[in-house]
Design a binder for this molecule. Structure first.
Ligand code: ATP
Ligand code: FE
Length: 422
């Protein structure tokens, strides 16, 4: 199956060509083309909807045009038999269908990609699948496990089979999801305020002096924070020790500079996240310390480490509670063996360390953690193509009348019917 995929839900305009084939011992996948153009909203400290929209309008046509050069050559007997003659005279295989992000996301931005997808589907007389962006993040590790070694130097040991538990952490989402089927996803915990990526981005802007932030892409402050605190990578956090019990999570860890950051909900078993308190504590610390004479480089590094530690331990702590809650039903073929971590924040190596440590010391050492490589963790069209392929194989197609959905629940029990819905 060959698909051309389009993603325009946020500030990345992305086009991919993804192919799934069968091989003797399972499935194989190839990303023939993948390119992202991120709107330059640097001057606006975050995502500016109009600038992002204009960027999609400017970039998408040219990206699709470029992608066509990466369609496999058409040969008798491959694909659906239809081919496309490019300007250079070459004959290319037409995709079997189009995948385009339908939601959730900014409606006008989604429209650029969805309407382009419909136009291609009409012109080429092939179906279109309107893809759920969050479902695509969730399924990405399954794409990763099918990629050949060339496009994926670091494949997971075992392909993640459903059911699995996922932590989706990005600039717009922090959710813990139990996935039992392609279209059955239950949100076990979500943030009651801002997403973890936003909290890390806000904290990074407070902690790191502006001249060092110059050049950080609009939504990538979290990545800058990781580099700032752990310039030598994993070596810098090798000495990390997780709290052994939930009681230990409550302990106030005062730094030598006189401040501390506390873990949200540490005294409860609430299956809920909160990250705004973490970034606002950081803001207050920076304001106070600046008034007291300023922060040294070392103090900034310590504060950056603390904000990540607290945010990641909060994620890990709720994940353990969810696993403990599920444990009685968690046997046989329903047993959860995999924790998928995806979304932009999953690119953070310290997060993986914290999660692994928590699972190991709290009795879930047999669960494997699977995270896609960073270029597939952040928004990209390859994951949209893969989710499109899985849905298309399961018989899904979208109508040409489908509209973009600003809000779109993952959960089929939700009011809008979730993925199965409108
Ligand atoms: P959504 O997909 O929910 O609509 P988004 O477009 O912001 O939101 P992504 O592109 O998946 O999502 O993720 C961007 C976020 O990931 C930013 O908040 C960024 O700071 C964060 N991020 C990227 N790399 C790292 C890193 N190494 N450490 C921590 N955070 C990171
Ligand atoms: Fe995303």
């Amino acid at each position: 199956l060959l698909t051309l995929a389009i993603e325009t839900s946020c500030d990345d305009t992305s086009v991919a060509i993804v192919e799934k084939t069968k091989k003797a011992n399972g499935n194989a996948a190839k990303i023939h083309f993948l390119e992202n153009i991120t709107a330059d909203t640097r001057a606006h400290r975050g995502i500016h909807p109009i600038i992002a929209l204009e960027s999609h309008q400017e970039s998408l046509g040219a990206l699709v045009q470029k992608a066509l050069n990466y369609l496999p050559e058409s040969q008798p007997g491959n694909g659906n038999g239809n081919s496309l003659k490019l300007a250079d005279g070459s004959q290319r295989r037409l995709p079997d269908f189009i995948s385009a992000t339908r939601g959730p996301g900014m409606r006008s931005n989604l429209s650029v990609g969805l309407e382009t997808g419909k136009a291609l589907s009409v012109a080429w007389q092939i179906p279109m699948v309107g893809v759920h962006h969050m479902q695509a993040h969730l399924l990405t590790p399954r794409l990763v496990s099918c990629l050949d070694n060339q496009s994926n130097p670091d494949p997971p040991a075992v392909a993640p089979e459903l059911p699995f538990l996922s932590i989706l952490v990005s600039g717009g989402h922090s959710i813990l999801v139990q996935s039992t089927h392609l279209t059955e996803h239950k949100i076990l915990a979500a943030s009651e305020d801002i997403a973890i990526g936003e909290a890390l981005d806000k904290s990074a802007r407070d902690i790191i002096p502006a001249e060092l932030l110059q050049g950080a892409k609009s939504t990538m402050y979290g990545k800058t924070l990781e580099k700032f605190v752990f310039p030598n990578g994993e070596a810098d956090f090798a000495d990390y020790k997780p709290p052994m019990t939930r009681g230990d999570e409550l302990a106030k860890r005062e730094s030598k500079w006189g401040w501390y950051v506390t873990t949200p909900f540490a005294n409860t078993r609430a299956l809920q996240f909160s990250f705004s308190s973490v970034s606002s504590m950081v803001g207050k610390i920076v304001t106070r310390r600046s008034a007291e004479g300023g922060l040294s480089h070392d103090e900034r590094v310590d504060l950056g480490r603390e904000v990540m530690r607290v945010a990641f331990e909060h994620l890990a702590s709720r994940t353990i509670i969810a696993l403990e809650t599920l444990r009685p039903h968690n046997t046989g073929k329903d047993k959860i063996q995999t924790l998928v971590v995806s979304g932009g924040v999953a690119a953070n190596r310290f997060l993986m360390k914290v999660l692994r440590s928590f699972l190991d010391v709290r009795g879930f050492g047999d669960i494997q953690i699977v995270a896609p490589p960073p270029y597939l963790c952040t928004d990209n069209a390859a994951m949209i193509g893969w989710a499109g392929i899985e849905m298309f194989e399961a018989g899904w197609k979208s109508s040409l009348a489908c509209r973009p959905l600003r809000k779109w629940s993952l959960d089929p029990q939700a009011d809008d019917g979730g993925i199965l819905g409108p």
